[in-house]
Design a protein around this ligand. Structure first.
Ligand SMILES: [Fe+2]
Ligand SMILES: [Fe+2]
Length: 164
């Protein structure tokens, strides 16, 4: 791997994290009544997305949808087969309850993502119109209608956000 490729990977990871961090900070600023600061965080987050996408593009990480679906399936599968199980075991060992819950929710949802992507790949070109709802507690991603209670975390229907 060239230095530049390594740097692009590092920069992509950093900018991606900054994007999510600033969006979280914006929500907090709104909750504290600092709406102007929230807007600033959202503006910077938007810019970090531009940077992240540019770095990813330069890495050759954005390909045809068929390939992108395959890459997404591989990523999600690695997360629920390898990454999260190990993290869950280590959180248990260390009695880190909050992290254990966070990892466990993500682990369950990555399985769902892998399955949804798999189905989408198999149907590519003839994908039926489908709406998606995401649980704002655990990230559970469901098709067409939010359940009365999230089967992963138990959150109520109102906690599901429809994705545009
Ligand atoms: Fe996922
Ligand atoms: Fe949930």
């Amino acid at each position: 791997m060239s230095k530049t490729e390594k740097n692009l990977r590092e920069a992509f990871a950093g900018e991606s994290q900054a994007n999510r961090k600033y969006l979280a900070f914006a929500k907090k600023a709104e909750a504290e009544g600092f709406s102007q600061i929230a807007r600033l965080f959202r503006a910077a987050a938007e810019a970090e997305t531009v940077h992240a996408h540019s770095h990813l593009r330069e890495l050759g990480g954005i390909r045809a949808t068929k390939d992108n679906l395959a890459a997404a399936i591989a990523g999600e599968t690695d997360e629920f087969k390898n990454m999260y199980p190990q993290m869950i075991a280590e959180a248990k060992d260390e009695g880190a309850k909050g992290a254990l819950r966070s990892f466990s929710y993500a682990n369950e949802v990555e399985k769902i993502h892998a399955a949804l992507y798999q189905k989408a790949l198999e149907d590519l070109g003839k994908n039926p119109a489908t709406e998606y709802y995401v649980c704002q507690v655990c990230g559970n991603t469901v098709e067409n209608e939010a359940p009365d209670e999230c089967p992963i975390c138990g959150a109520k229907k109102e906690m599901f956000k429809k994705v545009d």
